[in-house]
Design a protein around this ligand. Sequence first.
Ligand SMILES: *[C@@H]1O[C@H](CO)[C@@H](O)[C@H](O)[C@H]1NC(C)=O
Ligand SMILES: *[C@@H]1O[C@H](CO)[C@@H](O)[C@H](O)[C@H]1NC(C)=O
Ligand SMILES: *[C@@H]1O[C@H](CO)[C@@H](O)[C@H](O)[C@H]1NC(C)=O
Ligand SMILES: *[C@@H]1O[C@H](CO)[C@@H](O)[C@H](O)[C@H]1NC(C)=O
Length: 582
Amino acid sequence: KIIRVQSPNGMKKISATKKETAAAFLNKVGKEFGFTSNGFSIYLNRNKTNEIQSQNKTLSLLKIKHGDMLFLYPSGSPGPSGETMDVAMPHSSSSVPQIQEDDIDQYLAKQEGKIYRNKDPQLHLDPPVKHMSFHAYIRKLTGGADKGKFVALENISCKIKSGCEGHPPWPEGICTKCQPSAITLNRQKYRHIDNIMFENHTIADRFLDFWRKTGSQRMGYLYGRYIEHKDIPLAIRAEVAAIYEPPQIATQNSLELVDDPKAAAVEEIAAKLGLRKVGWIFTDLLSEDTRIGTVKYTRNKDSYFLSAEECITAGHFQNLHSNPCRLSPDGHFGSKFITVVATGGPDNQVHFEGYQVSNQCMALVRDECLLPCRDAPELGYAKESSTEQYVPDVFYKDKDKFGNDITYLARPLPVEYLIIDITTTFPKDPQYTFSSTHRFPIENRDVLGETQDFHSLASYLSQCPSTVFLDIVSDFHLLLFLVTNEVMPLKESIGLLLDAVKMKDEELAQTWKNSEQWATIEQLCSKYLREPKTRTSPLTPGSTIKCHYHHRPVPWSTAPWVGAGPLQCPPPPCGPAYTAPS
Ligand SMILES: *[C@@H]1O[C@H](CO)[C@@H](O)[C@H](O)[C@H]1NC(C)=O
Ligand SMILES: *[C@@H]1O[C@H](CO)[C@@H](O)[C@H](O)[C@H]1NC(C)=O
Ligand SMILES: *[C@@H]1O[C@H](CO)[C@@H](O)[C@H](O)[C@H]1NC(C)=O
Ligand SMILES: *[C@@H]1O[C@H](CO)[C@@H](O)[C@H](O)[C@H]1NC(C)=O
């Protein structure tokens, strides 16, 4: 059996047998947490009551069961100060805030960086990698003449430095010390994420179903993990295990997010399942022939891959999920947050295209210097300075028809200077994090008549053969429903079940199944089955800002800055004179 031990520095799971003595168990816990035998005490209760003594009694005699939570306190610690236990941090050695880099970054920083390429002589050599991986790039920066030297990654800012005393503030004054430098846009040399992989087609397919059934576009957040991608040295793959579809209002050519009361709960559940938000996905699909299910090929090199507005949205999301990095002066650099577009490919089938925007784009978006063009989705526009805001000059370089490098002012700006493409793949053999083979309805699809309620739960449970409980409850959307439903939300009490799903532990799942909560849920299901189903009210817009630009052709439109306060979207005057350099 598994016993969970909560300490001020986090929880650990300790396996034990029924016949194990308390003394042997305490010994094991001590080793696991790195304490000497009398350096700590363990209690049945969080409030330091019912201490477990080191003695010759078995765990079953002490009534410690599979899945129980025990509480460990180091000796001489000030004891339980209420709720602070869960958030208590290990002491940091200095007053400088420690940058906690992501696990994958800590791992890759220790790797050699060899290529694990297939040595099969039949294989063609892969084409040279267009972008370096982020960690290879860092190695290159630190590994030169002054090897091991601390490099500080550039923190791009488009804002006037505050605190300049010598002159009145903008717009009355500005000086060389506080003025942000001009920006010349470069194609970024490295990629933060080198590959995107969906665990299997079902995940993507169920997401596309919404468009198939309604013709409306759809947006979702990708939940998964960042792992090593061995095809490229020191590369990172974003692996997608589930798609959460937040409340949204969509049409065939627009998409708007509304406030999501469940956003925090989703993050928390995902974290407990060992997953995190790795990116977002949206559809841009237009039927070509509904009988055979083909779609139009609209995004290509003659139109655009990502519109300026989508780049700005991606930049906004990347800023919200910036990447902890100890080499940066403010502890953050770039982002691992990815963007996936589901759109028609040259074969008129649905393709999944992955992107990120550059760090330069992130800075322009963060400091509100970039706008989409009114009538050309493939063009962005660097704002002009106003009395409210100083905007540095933004340039990009391209070759003219004689092959000479020419510097252009980014008004307008082809968005290809901001985009990094990422290959998006599916594994040959489907993988999965959630083992349920049945389909519990996806959240926020009431417009389709697919609701998450106790009716749908009852019919879901009736489809499932009741042999392996873990396989019934191992479904992301079902777990979200169990936690967030309004009739009987399972808040803290679901922790054990989430652990069971995360560790794929049927025994632990069975323990939870015997709980009062599950009994109540089963009762509710049978009660709701006897009552006629009532339709839930349709989605109503929340307190969001609409920010529609009138593109021609309108790709889609969204208000990603939900909750960020009023944002004005004056359509910038994009010069009619622009012609793409040939
Ligand atoms: C400690 O917690 C247990 C279980 O939560 C409770 O039964 C007991 O009354 C508490 N004791 C004190 C002294 O607070
Ligand atoms: C522990 O208990 C068992 C059986 O109850 C006994 O055989 C054994 O000698 C005891 N050990 C110690 C160290 O007391
Ligand atoms: C980096 O840039 C951001 C945005 O301009 C700013 O808030 C932050 O203080 C900067 N950090 C450093 C160390 O310059
Ligand atoms: C795909 O993955 C999802 C999520 O892990 C899982 O629910 C589903 O059963 C998987 N499908 C296949 C065919 O493996």
